[in-house]
Design a protein around this ligand. Structure first.
Ligand SMILES: Nc1nc2c(ncn2[C@@H]2O[C@H](COP(=O)(O)OP(=O)(O)OP(=O)(O)O)[C@@H](O)[C@H]2O)c(=O)[nH]1
Length: 221
């Protein structure tokens, strides 16, 4: 294959998103791929796919295939087939739902089983979702960190609702899979993409305190 043919072949990465029903997997995929969020819960039956093209440092174009796996598939016959071949796995739970955190043992067990015989192991992230509901948190941060340390997982906290850290999370997965390092500026840039829509202070004036739209915007932070 010539160099130019190789260059034109876009890299596709499979990222499987697993976790209990209603923890926010579809919402994360939708936020990442379509920059949208819906309040209404619609259960995923089986699985859904999302595709999103991103550019990593070094002008590396990558298409992420996000496999949004329905929470009800745990214990089902198809789950191992859905997870098989994923280079990245997001183990998602809802920080306001302790059970969804506890059940990650089972989800992670399934991921390990599927990859038992494989030489290459997927990059696995522990993702605490719904951080906009911090006041309702039932899973302590140190529990989350311990689970990461004990199992060699990478930690992330996100909100599909506000978009907080969602793009960064997927971007990091892609970068980790490909062994690309993101520097501080790139990480900040990714965070800014999400926040730019929410915060729009007038130049040189700093945050406005009172009644205007700004206070509504601040409450999203
Ligand atoms: N406040 C808040 N609500 C969220 C967030 N993410 C998802 N939700 C809500 O949680 C509910 C479930 O979200 P889904 O994305 O459908 O959950 P899921 O994990 O895909 O569920 P299954 O399809 O059953 O596996 C919906 O009502 C979402 O609007 C979040 O970050 N913050």
């Amino acid at each position: 294959m010539s160099d130019s043919e190789e260059e034109s072949q876009e890299r596709q990465l499979k990222v499987a998103v697993v976790g209990d029903g209603a923890c926010g997997k579809t919402s994360l995929a939708t936020r990442f791929a379509q920059e949208a969020f819906g309040k209404q819960y619609k259960q995923t039956i089986g699985l859904d796919f999302f595709l999103k093209r991103i550019t990593l440092p070094g002008n590396l174009n990558v298409t992420l295939q996000v496999w949004d796996i329905g929470g009800q598939t745990i214990g089902g016959k198809m789950l191992d087939k859905y997870i098989y071949g994923a280079q990245g796995v997001l183990l998602v739970y809802d920080i306001t739902n302790y059970q969804s955190f506890e059940n990650l043992e089972d989800w992670f067990g399934m991921v390990k089983k599927v990859n038992e015989e494989s030489d290459v192991q997927p990059v696995v992230y522990l993702v605490g979702n719904k951080i906009d509901l911090e006041h309702m948190r039932t899973v302590k941060v140190d529990k989350h960190q311990r689970f990461c340390q004990e199992n060699g997982l990478i930690s992330h906290f996100v909100s599909a609702k506000t978009g907080d850290s969602v793009f960064l999370c997927f971007q990091r997965v892609a970068a980790d899979i490909l062994g690309v390092k993101l520097n501080k500026a790139e990480i900040e840039q990714s965070q800014r993409i999400v926040r730019a829509e929410l915060v729009d202070y007038p130049q040189d004036e700093g945050p406005v305190r009172e009644e205007s739209n700004q206070s509504k915007i601040c409450s999203l932070q």
